[in-house]
Design a protein around this ligand. Structure first.
Ligand SMILES: Cc1cc2nc3c(=O)[nH]c(=O)nc-3n(C[C@H](O)[C@H](O)[C@H](O)COP(=O)(O)OP(=O)(O)OC[C@H]3O[C@@H](n4cnc5c(N)ncnc54)[C@H](O)[C@@H]3O)c2cc1C
Length: 456
């Protein structure tokens, strides 16, 4: 079908009549604010945005789009760097307003809807003294985050977000609502745990929660001139840390214009023991700033929101490596610094502990060994195309130099649309099982504008 249907509002009237939610067309004033994702660089213009407010809206929309042969994409909270929630001239099933959270304090579980963010979940869970692995920034959507895996500072103790997913309800390609848990459709639950958005629209997700309110966390800043020494010591130290300690590290520019190395430990065990455990991190060099202190986990995930504001332009490349060896450290320092823009940053996630102990074939997420995931994040205010290209190249050049030392695949949530060839490599030995699942749940490949796309 050709894509002239945006002008054909009459066709969509039939769908609008079935929904409690609303439709937005390019000619509507509200279209642009509704279309915008977190990454202001994403210029993709869908023909129609279907804002769903409940499960029935999603079911009717999937069935109706199937019946009319229209291409679709699915939006959770809209945080994907690459903007896969939108497809050019397609129809968006927009779940961003489905924000319900229900906590069961006795069972220690959370039931959330498809548009819930890390901040939404923690705002409610905190009241019960509970938490789970969420995005490190409060506005990251739980749905996409979990479907891709879900790294953060609690994963050493609790595993990936995907490891905490107990159950989900999914509207599959044929418009049916199915439950995926340990008893019903366990193969689908396996696929949802890190296998991307291949199998349908996930309308609700149930998570295991853990007793946690306060963590020991914050930033330790070191001068970039000491980065080599500090990173080498950090690389040795990291092999010895307990599950309760997960450390993010990297380079940022401070407001006074200097580039610094940061180590950001998060300790989620007994706070009295935490001080002792993180003490060596303070002696890797000459500390410029020490802001590590007890903080609620909920406050922690809001702490960095301001440095990655919605609407700025972003581009990311990622590489996953097994250790911070000399070549990697040299590449980061020699090629990464100085940044091409004051807003850019390099962030390194430390994957270990509970996340590493899950077997490769237990979930779709396959990279189950201790590693570092390096994010090369270019960020800039809107500029000319030529200047934008410089920032993109900064990220791509470092990524290319790191490639020989990195695992072949990577982290599907953060791969660019142009990096589809890395997806099967990221799934490794789980790829064949994912293909079978895709053929079963979405044989016509209607969910193709997705993280971790698997072609049936
Ligand atoms: C500032 C920032 C910080 C981040 N921090 C982290 C981090 O700490 N750790 C980490 O692991 N990742 C992080 N990410 C990456 C993040 O996990 C992904 O971008 C994730 O896809 C966001 O989920 P979303 O629902 O907001 O995505 P959206 O942009 O809404 O959707 C992206 C894709 O996810 C799938 N999807 C989303 N919702 C559904 C659904 N309900 N049903 C089916 N498919 C769906 C679809 O394929 C969709 O195309 C971060 C991203 C940003 C921009």
């Amino acid at each position: 079908m050709t894509t002239t249907y945006s002008s054909n509002k009459a066709l969509f009237k039939e769908l609008a009549a079935l929904l409690t939610g609303q439709l937005f067309f390019p000619e509507d004033t509200a279209y642009e604010p509704v279309r915008q994702l977190w990454n202001g660089k994403v210029a993709t213009r869908p023909s129609v945005i279907v804002r769903c407010l409940c499960t029935e809206d999603v079911i009717y929309t999937v069935r109706w789009l199937r019946a009319h042969g229209l291409p679709l994409s699915v939006r959770g909270a809209g945080h994907d760097f690459a903007g896969r929630a939108l497809s050019e001239n397609g129809v968006v099933i927009d779940c961003s307003q489905m924000r319900g959270v229900i906590i069961d304090p006795d069972k220690r579980t959370a039931q959330i809807q498809a548009g819930v963010t890390a901040g939404d979940l923690m705002e409610v869970a905190e009241k019960y003294g509970l938490a789970t692995t969420t995005g490190t920034i409060s506005s990251v959507g739980m749905a996409g985050f979990t479907l891709g895996g879900g790294y953060n500072s609690l994963m050493g103790a609790y595993g990936l977000a995907a490891d905490n997913l107990l159950s989900a309800q999914v509207v599959t390609a044929d418009g049916h609502l199915v439950t995926a848990n340990a008893n019903e459709n366990p193969d689908l639950l396996w696929g949802l745990r890190g296998g991307g958005g291949n199998f349908g629209v996930v309308v609700s997700l149930e998570y295991r929660l853990h007793p946690l309110t306060t963590v020991l966390s914050g930033m330790l800043l070191y001068p970039k001139e000491q980065a080599r020494t500090v990173l080498h010591r950090f690389n040795e130290f990291i092999a010895t840390v307990p599950d309760e300690l997960t450390i993010q590290s990297g380079f940022i520019q401070t407001p006074d214009g200097s580039t610094v190395l940061f180590l950001s430990p998060t300790y989620c065990g007994l706070l009295s023991s935490g001080e002792q455990v993180i003490a060596p991190l303070r002696n890797f060099g000459t500390l410029l700033v020490d802001r590590v202190q007890p903080v609620t986990y909920n406050a922690l995930i809001h702490a960095l929101d301001a440095i990655v504001p919605k609407g700025r332009h972003y581009y990311i490349q990622t590489r996953s490596i097994n250790a911070l060896q000399n070549e990697t450290i040299e590449t980061l320092i020699e090629q990464g610094l100085p940044f091409s823009s004051p807003f850019s940053m390099i962030s390194i996630h430390n994957f270990h502990g509970a996340a590493s102990r899950v077997g490769v074939s237990e979930t779709a997420f396959a990279l189950r060994q201790d590693h570092f995931m390096l994010e090369l994040i270019a960020a800039w205010e809107p500029q000319s195309a030529k200047e934008e290209q410089q920032h993109i190249q900064w990220s791509q050049n470092i990524s290319r130099s790191l490639a020989p030392y990195a695992f072949k695949g990577g982290y599907i949530n953060l791969l660019d649309r142009q990096e589809q060839e890395r997806v099967p490599l990221a799934f490794g030995s789980n790829y064949e099982c994912l293909l079978k699942l895709k053929r079963r749940y979405d044989p016509d490949n209607i969910f193709r504008s997705t993280i971790g796309h698997v072609t049936p």
